[in-house]
Design a binder for this molecule. Structure first.
Ligand code: HAM
Length: 412
């Protein structure tokens, strides 16, 4: 038997309905905030990711799927979407509009150790606001994200924020942190020691027990922010409060990508174990100019669809219940064609059970098909203009007129 590659998953029926529910809810909400979809390629020139994500990040150092094509050009399966969105923004001169709001969805690829909630091919829904330096843009994007999580009923959601400063104040903090860490190199892991001069902030994010212990009392980046970054960060918190959001401050939060400036954030949810970050992102005011475009302040985020879907599945959400229709006898069968067609017109997800035989067996088949509701039309029902409808989860049965069925099912 040939199986799928480890870390690359099939998304099967049953799960795909939950995925669609998440994606459609996101598109609907994002569009009310003025976002439009951009479809991006999944392969880009390797150089794009080296220059945007940063050469000393885990992603670039050890997680990219990079290969030469038949002409020897070095290509990479995208590990994330922001770099591509920014490349497209510059390439197609989208910056002629004062603000551009884009969202995208699709697979990303990282050579990570697979475990629950962490895969080598995983899907993100990403959103980017390009051309807005206002702290309101940060807060609004976060509000939109939290609105989505509220709408799909994601439980135990926590928002953590930090500010990583700007090219003026981050070097000052880096120096402070470096001086602090220099005395502790004996406790740090090999990786962090190697990166200490180029990227000392990584040590704050490292999961090795030695690094956690060594950085316990490290200086806080929030206390090192310049006036401009400090004011921006305070305003973001003010606007978040106006939206009814109360984030936790986490000065140790270092994102795994180097392009961030000022606000960064992570959202975690309950029920996933260690891979519990369901969405993350922040501001990246330098990336567009870094990649050759005009100076453009930006804010964005990405949601990990597998992780959100895992939680919703464990919560037992049913986004589109399946109904199975059973008709008994030739006349009911004829009326059934009309009824089923009418329900489908109204958006009811209904399949007809065609087998012959005792009702008991057909009910069993309906159950194995995954029916939430079984709708039965026999001779008596036909004569009275009703159907019997059985709720397979609640184990209840009722009789309803034909024109009330759609309403009854979609009310769930
Ligand atoms: P990221 O934090 O690398 O950010 O990924 C965002 C989300 O993708 C994570 O919070 C997680 O839910 C999901 N994710 C990441 N890696 C995996 C994996 N191996 N398996 C399953 N899910 C995963 C970015 O990618 C940035 N581009 C976000 C951004 C957009 N920043 C600004 N704009």
């Amino acid at each position: 038997m040939i199986t799928a590659i480890r870390g690359f998953n099939d998304i099967l029926p049953g799960d795909s309905e939950i995925w669609r529910h998440i994606e459609e809810s996101a598109y609907r909400i994002f569009s009310t905030y003025g976002f439009s979809e951009i479809k991006l390629p999944i392969v880009e020139k390797t150089e794009l990711f080296l220059r945007s994500i940063g050469e000393t990040t885990d992603i670039v150092e050890k997680e990219m799927y990079t290969f030469p094509d038949r002409h020897g050009d070095l290509l990479t399966l995208r590990p994330e979407g922001t770099a591509s969105a920014v490349r497209a923004y510059i390439e197609h001169k989208l910056y002629t509009a004062p603000v551009t709001k884009l969202y995208y969805t699709g697979p990303m690829f990282r050579y990570e150790r697979p475990q629950k909630g962490r895969y080598r091919q995983f899907y993100q829904i990403g959103a980017e606001v390009l051309g807005d330096d206002s702290p309101r843009a940060d807060a609004e994007a976060l509000e939109m994200l939290m609105r989505l999580f509220g709408r799909i009923n994601l439980k135990g959601v926590t928002l953590q924020i930090n500010s990583l400063g700007c090219p003026d104040c981050r070097p000052v903090y880096k120096e402070k942190l470096l001086n602090f860490l220099k005395d502790k190199t004996g406790e740090l892991c090999e990786n962090c020691v190697r990166r200490i001069d180029t990227n000392p902030l990584r040590a704050l994010d490292c999961k090795s027990p030695g690094c956690i212990e060594a950085t316990k009392n490290a200086p806080s980046i929030i206390e090192s922010l310049c006036e401009n970054c400090k004011t921006h960060f305070e305003k973001v918190q003010y606007y978040l409060k106006l939206s009814g959001l109360t984030p936790a401050l986490n000065p140790r939060m270092v994102r795994g990508l180097d392009y961030y400036t000022k606000t960064t954030f992570e959202i975690t949810a309950e029920g996933l174990g260690s891979q519990n970050t369901v969405a993350a992102g922040g501001r990246y005011d330098g990336l567009v100019s870094e990649l050759g475009g005009p100076k453009t302040p930006c804010f964005g985020f990405a949601i990990g669809i597998e992780r959100v879907a895992l939680i919703l599945k464990e919560e037992g959400i049913e986004s589109r219940p399946l109904s199975v229709f059973i008709s008994l006898g030739t006349e009911a069968e004829a009326k059934g064609v009309e009824l089923v067609s009418g329900w489908r017109e109204k958006g009811i997800r209904v399949v007809e059970e065609f087998s012959e035989g005792p009702l008991k067996n057909r009910m069993k088949r309906a159950d194995r098909l995954g029916a939430r509701y079984v709708i039965i039309l026999g001779e008596n029902e036909l004569n009275s203009g009703v159907v019997a409808i059985k709720d397979m989860v609640a184990a209840t049965q009722e009789t309803l007129p034909w024109d009330k069925i759609a309403q009854r099912i979609s009310a769930q």
